[in-house]
Design a protein around this ligand. Sequence first.
Ligand code: CP
Ligand code: NVA
Length: 309
Amino acid sequence: MKHFIHLKDIPGRDLRKIITDAKRRKISRKKLNNLDVDKGAPLKGKLLIQMFEKSSLRTRLSFYLAIKQLGGSTLTLRPDELHLSKGGESIEDTAKILSNFGNAFMLRTDSDKKLEEFKKHLSIPIINGLSPSSHATQILSDVFTVEEIKKKPISKLNISWIGDSNNVLNSLIAASIKFSFKLKIGCPKKYQPSKKIMEYIKRNKNKIIIYNDPKMAASKADVIFSDKVISMNDKVNKLKKLNHFKKFKIDKKLMSFAKKDCVFLHCLPRGTEVEEKIFSSKQSKVWQQALNRVHVQKSILLYCFGKLR
Ligand code: CP
Ligand code: NVA
């Protein structure tokens, strides 16, 4: 049994194995319908319990299809209907029940501490479906998408991030270290990665460069990533923050500093950080990116169950 919480804590070879499995599985079900089960139904009889303490569309749908395609089923709990959210039951007891009734637990939460607490008390795998410090399932899927589009290992590509230093970027930084790819980050000085993340970068001697000029960050990029300037539950003066990011909008001019065949990716939902023209252009692969979540979630589930082929 394995947990899937933060990319930084998972060995690189395991992450590579997940991607390889997802590639194989995606190819092998080209002619199947969304709810058709993969050959061998590897997770037959297994129940994935999901809980979202914050909004979700893609993560919810992709985990639903993922477990179904592996032959299992899913149940989504509403936090407001649990005793836990009202202080009426402990994480320890909730975890015990989840472990007895289900086979894996996917949690989207506003508290990294809560993930750790659940991990401590669960006897089934826990998957982080987004937390304040990371969005691991998203970025692993994005590595898959980049390699699918570019038909090259990500280590041979120039990856750029233009945007806020948030959970998604933290996972991209971890991926850059695990998969050894060059990462240029473009963000205003005030919104650079935290001290802890900067130390993690330094410790791993990785080639991650931070620029406060978006043009420098976009220069010669094969892929440009972005995300909303204001994340869920971001407790900031929104107008002020948006104003700080004005120069960091992804538009035609900024894309012109990247390679001609540069691809634009965004985990979605989007805000105003990207111009409509770019978002709906041929360079943008955001819909393919979102759909790939299903394929990678499946291999993440199999990894957690110790069933990767
Ligand atoms: N990208 C992503 O995680 O989307 P949702 O918030 O809709 O799940
Ligand atoms: N950074 C965003 C990602 C949403 C999928 C957030 O945390 O709201």
